[in-house]
Design a protein around this ligand. Structure first.
Ligand code: TTP
Ligand code: MG
Length: 368
């Protein structure tokens, strides 16, 4: 695969995001171990740590740990319940700053984005300077610090932002990528999670250097598509683009049919579309409250019907399908359908407490 060295990608990751927002708003907190979670003493031991400030981290507390365990490690900690509304508002402010520099923004979490600044609105030649000015502007306007990583692809930019946290500014140049990657533990490669690590160890692969020695065919034999991706990753190749339109207000899928649909065919297609939509929502870590269906008949009459739920819909294809089926029954035509679509709107980022912890298994590796 050809390596594309022409892009300039910046990965921005806010430092101890939720904890820093709380500390900024109440500076007394800075002196104490601060844990963003419900207090396990009040919940009968329930709750998961969303994040913690650096004092608490130095005592072993980390994201996704049970709040109970965190209390054992830090009996003097202050627990603050996450205030997602506040974090979202701060995230929006930071995004408004990003938008001044480029439109090519991919948000991966409230506190994390990729920017493609190959072309940028201020004509910076130096992406390091751009990243530095961006950090300064975020600090001046929002009083929060972030770490930035700069490289020619997303994978390396993300590793770079993590390299010198907090307030880091790290660049990985094309000539340095292989050396940098060789030293990494295998768990730091994207896609290598809990299940893959033991398999890698079995093959004698503990570091990037070990991975580099594996043939592509052997990696594909053992890990399928992931093997192919890893073969390229360890050579510093990741040509995946910035998905800059994902920061949108609705996500929808529709299908048009050559042969008009009737009866069970309609339900089957609604089911498949519901599955696509639910997959996409999960991928983009969003959920929504309003579901819209769109139906077009053989005579090109188009109908839409929507329903807004009080709470966010769970990202389940069954739930989406059932609501869509219900909405479909309220539409005046039920035969000779040429187009079906389902869209989720009133979107919001998934609260981390709703996301299964497995999703974070390859982002919670902070020891470097
Ligand atoms: P991270 O960027 O992973 O963590 P962080 O910003 O707190 O710390 P770092 O300086 O290491 O970047 O995640 C961003 C926010 O997302 C974090 O402040 C809280 C939330 N979060 C959870 O709620 N649960 C999790 O398991 C993780 C990893 C993050
Ligand atoms: Mg962060």
């Amino acid at each position: 695969m050809i390596n594309d060295f022409n892009r300039k990608i910046i990965h921005v990751d806010m430092d101890a995001f939720y904890a820093s927002v709380e500390e900024r708003d109440n500076s007394k907190l800075k002196k104490y171990p601060l844990i963003i979670s419900r207090n396990p003493q009040k919940t009968g031991g329930k709750g998961v740590v969303a994040t913690a400030n650096y004092i608490a981290r130095s005592r072993g507390v980390h994201s996704a740990m049970s709040a109970d365990k965190a209390l054992q490690l830090c009996p003097d900690a202050i627990f603050i319940k996450p205030n997602f509304k506040k974090y979202r508002e701060n995230s929006e402010k930071i995004h408004n700053i990003f938008k001044k520099y480029t439109d090519y923004i991919e948000s991966v979490a409230l506190d994390e984005v990729y920017l493609d600044v190959s072309k940028n609105k201020f004509d910076y030649d130096s992406s390091v300077q751009l990243a530095h000015d961006l950090q300064k502007e975020i600090w001046e306007k929002v009083k929060l610090t972030c770490s930035v990583g700069i490289s020619y692809n997303k994978f390396l930019a993300k590793l770079a932002s993590d390299y010198a946290k907090p307030v880091g500014n790290t660049i990985i140049l094309p000539g340095d990528a292989e050396n940098f990657l060789s030293k990494l533990s295998i768990s730091r490669f994207r896609g290598v999670g809990k299940k893959t690590i033991p398999k890698m160890h079995k093959l004698g692969v503990y570091t990037g250097a070990d991975l580099l020695e594996q043939s592509e065919s052997n990696l594909i034999k053992n890990f399928g598509k992931l093997g192919h991706i890893l073969y390229n990753q360890v050579r510093g190749i990741d040509n995946s683009p910035i998905k800059w339109n994902v920061d949108r207000k609705s996500i929808g899928h529709e299908r048009t049919f050559d042969k008009f649909l009737n009866g069970d065919q309609i339900l089957l297609q609604l089911k498949l579309i519901a599955q696509d939509l639910s997959d996409q929502l999960n991928k983009e870590e969003k959920h929504g409250r309003t579901l819209v269906i769109k139906v077009r008949d053989s005579k090109f009459n188009t109908y839409t019907k929507r329903f807004t739920n009080e709470d966010y819909y769970k990202n389940s294809s069954d739930i989406i399908f059932n609501v869509a089926k219900d909405l479909f029954s309220k539409i005046p035509v039920h035969s000779n359908i040429r187009l079906l679509g389902i869209t989720m709107t009133s979107l919001a980022p998934l609260n981390y407490e709703n996301v299964s912890l497995d999703l974070f298994s390859f982002s919670s590796h902070k020891a470097f």
